[in-house]
Design a protein around this ligand. Structure first.
Ligand code: SF4
Length: 283
């Protein structure tokens, strides 16, 4: 079996920084707790726990881990930082620079009198970070086009649109067009992350290659950008979505001559390497 790796795949700059900051802290002999996964990847989560930084789901839990809390690359709402400080926790902040920029953009736009329309998933941690502290009547989160169509835009003549960083812009073109029709002063910040775009564009090159029989996407089950890669691949090729090499099913892959491989922005290189080795062995 021939294995072709996408030109761009895997860890983005933001995740590399987050990963490095936690490793540096561990190297200094520190330990702590990570609020939610440091990135949406189960292998990384296990590794971090082994280094002394397990995942927790509430700030209080960090007290049992030297009172140190790590904020993930997805960022948190300002109130979470304040709460951590009031609990006496020390924070290691690995929020991605692009996410921080969006927080600033939202603050500026609110001060400018805009309603904030976040195009993204309501339950996603990055989106929760943007919206948790915002007044109900100053923001909305939209994912389905029907939600945009049903919204009373007439009550909001000045709107700032920001995107969850890991979205596929093309899928939201109709959302933006609908808002353009109905909002007199619509301001759009293209906040989709270049790393996500690059991984998607490189995958599309594999998808367009007629000699490739199938695509393997590697990433965490909760990783939005990985699922987006899966969606793109599925539109063009037979697709296998795996977390690690252990998830590969040799029987299902039997007979494939050429396989394309890509990985989400939170997938560590060692998982990618292991999958490639396993595919070659199956072949
Ligand atoms: S995908 Fe982009 S926004 Fe998200 S952590 Fe990586 S570099 Fe930052």
């Amino acid at each position: 079996m021939e294995v072709v790796l996408a030109e761009k795949y895997g860890f983005c700059a933001g995740v590399r920084v987050a990963d490095k900051l936690v490793r540096l802290a561990a190297k200094k002999g520190l330990s702590g707790a990570i609020l939610g996964q440091v990135v949406h990847n189960e292998s990384v989560e296990r590794e971090m726990a082994d280094l002394g930084f397990p995942t927790v789901h509430g700030l209080e839990e960090a007290r049992a881990h030297e009172g140190r809390i790590v904020f993930s690359a997805h960022g948190v709402a300002p109130s979470v930082r304040h709460e951590a400080a009031s609990l006496g926790l020390t924070a290691i902040d690995t929020t991605c620079k692009f996410v921080t920029d969006i927080h600033r953009e939202i603050d500026r736009s609110l001060a400018d009198g805009c309603f904030i329309a976040v195009l993204g998933q309501k339950g996603h941690r990055e989106v929760i970070g943007y919206t948790k502290d915002l007044a109900e009547d100053r923001h909305g989160v939209f994912y389905d086009l029907d939600e945009v169509r049903a919204f009373p835009w007439e009550a909001h003549p000045k709107v700032k649109v920001v995107f969850q960083t890991t979205l596929n812009a093309e899928r939201f073109a109709d959302h933006v067009a609908e808002m353009r029709r109905r909002v007199p002063d619509l301001r759009i910040a293209d906040t989709i992350c270049y790393a996500t775009k690059e991984n998607q564009d490189a995958l599309r090159v594999l998808c367009a290659d007629p000699s490739i029989d199938a695509i393997v996407i590697i990433g965490g089950r909760h990783s939005k950008n990985t699922k987006e890669l899966v969606r793109i691949a599925e539109e063009a090729k037979r697709t296998f979505f795996v977390g690690t090499a252990a998830d590969l099913d040799p029987a299902a892959l039997a007979g494939l001559r050429k396989v394309g491989v890509s990985a989400g922005a939170s997938t560590p290189d060692y998982d990618v390497e292991a999958v490639i080795e396993a595919l070659k062995a199956i072949g």
